[in-house]
Design a protein around this ligand. Structure first.
Ligand code: V47
Length: 390
């Protein structure tokens, strides 16, 4: 079966639902990865994208009770519930103006007690501080909630937010589109149809968006393939998607805490299958916060061409028990990508190149090992310590 799929991919033929299933069931993970890598290299060569971004989660108060969420609090008075004042939210950007991000990414709970002007003022304030910052804010689920809660159409919500400074939508809230799974893990928020319609409207207005997929909980491979195909269908229609982002489920502190987290093999396979199925989406993102930097680095050989950014202050995955650090420095991201044998390309949110770094040269890397061993010999002369050979 893999041979047939390989031929189809090389001939530029589109893969079917059955092909997607076969890729998920193929025991030879490396063969699947290699095929995805071929497609990735055809599209992007060694180039690997990242950006200088920061996350702000202004409120975790949320009327929805998603089974996978460890972040939300149902009511504002509950312990651990927080909502930033506008000044607190703006301060997050103000304190980073020495080394400013090019993107602010905002994701929130669905707070029932804030006026719509809070969100408009939030965006205006960020732009006042840094007029050229890209505001990638509010998931399709949040936009649907705003429309319902404040009595507007999706287009009206998006137009008002765009007038206040919104530039694009992040991909959160997609979870799994299959209606049965969705009704079990997140029954009380935008349906798959509504979520996709928000993205359709945003694209019609010329806004770019991302879409995610939350995998590794109660869904099956068939649900994942179905999800990916719905993304492909929307992209055929609108061509407004920039990146697809598979998100690995983290079980700590939520309603599915008894489930094991997906393994690295599952992570790499899911990224590879996404790359192979989504022939019309330019970028597959290996979100290092969800995967850990180590797995994200390997993912750059399994179809992924983007690793997300510096992040700075993430709370959703922290609450769900991620082993990833809360932030990665710019140089750490560059090193991570270089050591994977790729070329680090700093991008802005719309994938315009900000800076392309040179690739690592093998002799240089070897020299570094020798240099480090010399230093180790100096700082660790302790009894019983072993020589590190280079
Ligand atoms: O919508 C919540 C997911 C999303 C858990 O657009 C969880 O560039 C795993 O949307 N385990 C928010 N996942 C993050 C997000 C995102 C991330 C990176 C890049 C982009 C982008 C968007 O996180 C939520 C939800 O699907 N999530 N809880 C959990 N326990």
């Amino acid at each position: 079966m893999l041979d047939t799929i390989r031929q189809k991919v090389r001939a530029g033929e589109r893969l079917t639902f059955d092909d997607g299933m076969a890729l998920f069931l193929e025991p030879d993970l490396l063969a699947v990865g290699q095929l995805a890598n071929e497609v990735r290299e055809k599209k992007h060569g060694d180039r690997t994208y990242f950006n200088r971004n920061m996350r702000v989660e202004v409120t975790n108060v949320c009327v929805a009770s998603c089974l996978f969420c460890s972040f939300a609090k149902l009511e504002a008075h509950m312990p651990g519930a927080h909502t930033m004042t506008l000044e607190e939210a703006w301060h997050e950007l103000e304190v980073r103006m020495d080394d400013p991000p090019t993107e602010v990414h905002v994701v929130n709970g669905l707070h029932p007690g804030l006026p719509f002007s809070y969100y408009e003022d939030l965006l205006k304030g960020f732009k006042r501080i840094k007029p050229d910052v890209h505001l990638k804010c509010f998931t399709g689920v949040e936009i649907h909630f705003f429309a319902q809660h404040y009595g507007m159409s999706y287009r009206e919500v998006l137009e008002r937010l765009r007038a206040a400074g919104l530039d694009s939508l992040p991909g959160g809230g997609a979870e799994i589109f299959d209606e049965d799974v969705r009704s079990r893990i997140s029954a009380d928020k935008a349906t798959a149809k509504e979520y996709l319609e928000v993205h359709r409207v945003a694209h019609a207005m010329g806004m770019r968006t991302n879409i995610t997929m939350l995998y590794g909980h109660i869904e099956t491979f068939a649900h994942r393939v179905d999800h990916i195909l719905r993304v492909r269908e929307l992209q055929d229609e609108t061509n407004g998607l920039q990146a697809f982002i598979p998100l690995a489920f983290h079980p700590d502190g939520n309603g599915m805490k008894n489930l094991p987290a997906p393994t690295a093999v599952d992570d790499l396979r899911t990224l590879a299958v996404s790359r192979l199925m989504l022939d019309n989406v330019d970028h597959i993102k290996a979100y290092w916060v969800s995967l850990t930097p180590d797995v994200a680095q390997i993912a750059l050989r399994f179809g992924a061409d983007d690793i997300d950014g510096t992040i700075v202050h993430e709370t959703i995955y922290k609450a769900a028990g991620t082993r990833s650090p809360g932030a990665l420095g710019y140089n750490e991201l560059v090193r991570l990508i270089r050591e994977a044998g790729r070329i680090p390309v700093e991008r802005d949110t719309l994938y315009n190149v900000v800076r392309e770094h040179p690739r690592a040269e093998a002799p240089e890397a070897a020299m570094k090992v020798k240099e480090r061993n010399k230093r180790l010999a100096v700082v660790q002369p302790a009894r019983g310590s072993k020589e590190v050979s280079s």
